[in-house]
Design a protein around this ligand. Structure first.
Ligand code: SF4
Length: 175
């Protein structure tokens, strides 16, 4: 797992730094960023003065580097080795192949026992992956999608029964 860059890495050595133009993906807006990279490691993120945000970034965008290098960032699949409810889950690293095999097996089991509509595809705010989520949902045969709008805003205002909606109707209204 990557660690937070050491102080000497963060020190200014302009001659080693490559500045890469990009977009902040911490929310939908995608402000323009200039990413300073030294020897393959990001050492600074700042707003791009030549993009529509005119060099400004919100605190979330400015802190994006912390997401990248946070010591608790999840960079590979883990599985628990102790029952749910125990204070220590006993996390153990597994391969991506094993993780995907387990997920597929579980989805097949749920579908066989309860039907495809027992499965809902959930996501956070969109990062241009909505089409993939809908495709997965469609290939599973489920009509159910959950997004942040169904938990904290948007449809909550039109739902007299509460704040949480499984969204066959909500998505049909949008498509
Ligand atoms: S800088 Fe802030 S507003 Fe801009 S894309 Fe990143 S998170 Fe969104």
């Amino acid at each position: 797992m990557s660690g937070w860059p050491a102080e000497e890495d963060l020190a200014s050595k302009e001659e080693d730094i490559q500045v890469v133009s990009g977009r902040c993906y911490e929310c939908h807006v995608q402000c323009g960023v200039l990413v300073h990279v030294r020897h393959g490691k990001v050492v600074k993120v700042e707003g791009d003065p030549n993009y529509v945000n005119q060099g400004a970034l919100c605190p979330k965008g400015l802190a994006a580097m912390r997401n990248l290098y946070h010591r608790e960032r999840l960079n590979y699949p883990l599985t628990r080795t102790r029952p749910k409810g125990e204070a220590d889950p006993g996390w153990v690293r597994i391969t991506w192949e094993e993780a995907l095999d387990r997920i597929v097996a579980k989805l097949r089991q749920v579908k066989a026992e309860y039907g495809a509509h027992a499965i809902a595809i959930g996501q956070g705010t969109g990062r241009f992956t909505v089409a993939q989520h809908l495709r997965l949902k469609n290939s599973l045969g489920s009509a159910n999608t959950i997004g942040p709008s169904h938990v904290c805003r948007g449809d909550a205002g039109t739902d007299p029964g509460g704040r949480f909606i499984l969204t066959r109707q909500a998505w049909q209204d949008r498509l």
